[in-house]
Design a protein around this ligand. Sequence first.
Ligand SMILES: [Zn+2]
Ligand SMILES: [Zn+2]
Length: 158
Amino acid sequence: MKCANHPSMDAVGTCVDCGKGLCVDCTHAYSIPICQSCNAVRVKGEKGDLNKRIILTFVFFALGFYFMVSTAPNFNIGTIIAGIIIGYIFAGVPWGWQFLNKITPSMFLFLSFAGWVVYFLIKTILSFAIGFIVLPIKLFGMFKDAKRLKEINQTFTN
Ligand SMILES: [Zn+2]
Ligand SMILES: [Zn+2]
């Protein structure tokens, strides 16, 4: 088999996603043996996933911020600071929820409707508490992914 990019070169590896032949240089072009087009697909997928995470976090932050500001008796710098704090607490909710999904198996499926409501309420309250702790980790992960994807973009254009 020859390299898909360099027809004169013998393939020493294959793309992990499509199986196309890759020469020595192409095999080591990325951290895993993958061809350029498959890598672009993966990067695109990761970008979409990152955008979803950012939007989800921002929407919950905005909800918390709006909740605080709209219920405050007057609007001043204190209201904004409180809004940011409440926004932070709200922004953790989807991540606390996701964390709970990982550790709570589907053993609650047999619950009655009332049981579901209680389960939902407890899970929401726990999501606030857990989200408060896991949000910095999630934000750091988003920041890291954004930086990595940006670096990949630069490699492409160079
Ligand atoms: Zn490929
Ligand atoms: Zn090659």
